[in-house]
Design a protein around this ligand. Structure first.
Ligand SMILES: [Zn+2]
Length: 364
C-alpha cells in the first residue's frame, strides 16, 4: 500500500493511477483545472441547455437530488442561471434519515418551486438486496447504488424528458480516469448492462428476475443525455456548501458528531450509509477520512501532515449510531455483523495485533 506524495491518497483505491514519481492522477487532474477556460465551458453548458430548454413550463430536465449541498448547487445553476424547468428525483434508501437531510430536501423544493418525485425501493426488496450484497461482497449498497444512477434515467425515458443532470464526475475528481468529460450516458448504460450480467447471481441469491429488471433501463425507449456538471463548473465541496447555506441548508452540527468523518455536511442524509462507506476500510485500508482529507489537501485547505494526523485518528472508526441503524434495519446482531466483516480484511494490507486488525504500512 502506497500513498500519493502530494495528497496522501492510497493506491489501493480501485482503478487509481499513479505516476512514477508517486503522484496520483487525482492531483494531476486537480492541477489541470488551472488551464481550463471555465467561461468557455459555461457557454458550452448554456448551448446544451438551449437545445433542451422548453418554454412552456413542462419539464426539460431531471436533476437527481439527495437534498445535499451538491444537489442545491445544481438546482441553483439550472434554475437561476440556465433558466431550465427541472423535475427533481430522489432515490432513497430505506434506512433512518437525518433531520437535517429531511430539512434540506424540503427547503430545496420550496426555494426553487420545483416538483419532486421520490422513488423508494420497497423496503423488503431493499433489505434482501442489501443483505445479499453485504454478505457476499461487503459492498452493502451495491443494489441501491445502481438504482441511484439508473432510476432517474429510467424515469427520464418513461416521462420522455431528454436531459439528466448529475453533479460530480467522481472518476475524474478521484483520479481513476485522466480525461474530463461530461457525457455520462454510457456510464449509466454500463451500470444497467453490468446488472444484466449479474442477473443470474442476484437470482441465485434470492431476488426475482423482475426485481432485477425493476432498476434497469428501458431497452426500447431512447436514452436521454446524462451529463456531469463538474465538467462545466470547477467542482468544490466548500463553494457548494456556501451556496446551499444561502438557501438555508443545515449541516449535522447540532444533530450528530460522526465517528470516522472529518466534516458534517457530506453524505449526511441517511444514517446507516456510513457503514457502506466504512466497509471499504477492511478491503482497501482507507475510507471516508482519507477520501475527504486528501481532497482537502488537493484543494489547499489542509497540509499533508494535518491530513495524516486526521487519518491516523479517525479513518479506522466505524460510527456506532450508523452501525446500530444498519443492523437493526437489516436484522443482524452486532456479533453477526462482525463475523461477516471478519472475512473482508485484506491480509496484504492488515495484520492482527492484540486481537485487532492494524495496517502493516501506515502512512503516518
Ligand atoms: Zn494525490
Amino acid at each position: 500500500m502506497k500513498h500519493c506524495i502530494k495528497c496522501g491518497m492510497p493506491n489501493t483505491r480501485p482503478g487509481s493511477i499513479f505516476d512514477d514519481k508517486g503522484v496520483c492522477q487525482a492531483c494531476h487532474n486537480y492541477d489541470s483545472r488551472k488551464s481550463v477556460n471555465w467561461d468557455e465551458r459555461k457557454k458550452e453548458l448554456r448551448k446544451l441547455c438551449d437545445k433542451y430548454r422548453k418554454n412552456d413550463e413542462s419539464y426539460d430536465c431531471i436533476i437527481p437530488v439527495s437534498g445535499g449541498k451538491d444537489s442545491q448547487f445544481l438546482a441553483h445553476i439550472m434554475v437561476t442561471e440556465m433558466d431550465m424547468h427541472p423535475l427533481l428525483v430522489t432515490v432513497t434508501d430505506s434506512f433512518t434519515h437525518t433531520q437535517a437531510g429531511a430539512h434540506n430536501l424540503r427547503i430545496m423544493i420550496e426555494t426553487f418551486k420545483l416538483n419532486h418525485y421520490q422513488y423508494t425501493i420497497n423496503h423488503d426488496l431493499f433489505r434482501r438486496a442489501t443483505r445479499i450484497a453485504f454478505e457476499m461482497t461487503g459492498e452493502a449498497l451495491k443494489f441501491v447504488e445502481y438504482a441511484i444512477y439508473t432510476i432517474p434515467t429510467l424515469l427520464a425515458q418513461k416521462f420522455e424528458i431528454p436531459f439528466v443532470i448529475y453533479g460530480e464526475n467522481s472518476s475524474f475528481e478521484y483520479g481513476t480516469t485522466d480525461t474530463n468529460f461530461y457525457d455520462a450516458t454510457p456510464i449509466v448504460q454500463a451500470m444497467s448492462d453490468t446488472l444484466e450480467k449479474e442477473r443470474q447471481w442476484w437470482i441465485d441469491h434470492g431476488l426475482s428476475s423482475e426485481e432485477v429488471s425493476s432498476i434497469q433501463l428501458d431497452k426500447i425507449k431512447p436514452l436521454p443525455l446524462v451529463i456531469y456538471t463538474s465538467y462545466f463548473y470547477p467542482w468544490s465541496s466548500l463553494r457548494n456548501l456556501e451556496v446551499a447555506q444561502r438557501y438555508g441548508f443545515r449541516t449535522l452540527a447540532h444533530e450528530w458528531d460522526r465517528e470516522g468523518c472529518i466534516e458534517n455536511f457530506e453524505q449526511m442524509d441517511s444514517i446507516a450509509y456510513l457503514v457502506h462507506l466504512w466497509l471499504k476500510y477492511p478491503k482497501f485500508g482507507f475510507q471516508r477520512t482519507s477520501d475527504i482529507a486528501s481532497r482537502r489537501v488537493r484543494e489547499g485547505q489542509l497540509t499533508l501532515d494535518e491530513a495524516m494526523t486526521l487519518i491516523k485518528e479517525r479513518d479506522h472508526k466505524l460510527d456506532q449510531k450508523s452501525l446500530i441503524d444498519f443492523i437493526s434495519f437489516l436484522g443482524y446482531t452486532q456479533k453477526e455483523f462482525w463475523e461477516i466483516t471478519d472475512k473482508l480484511w485484506n491480509k496484504d494490507i492488515f495484520e492482527q495485533k492484540e486481537g485487532r486488525w492494524v495496517l502493516r504500512n501506515p502512512p503516518y
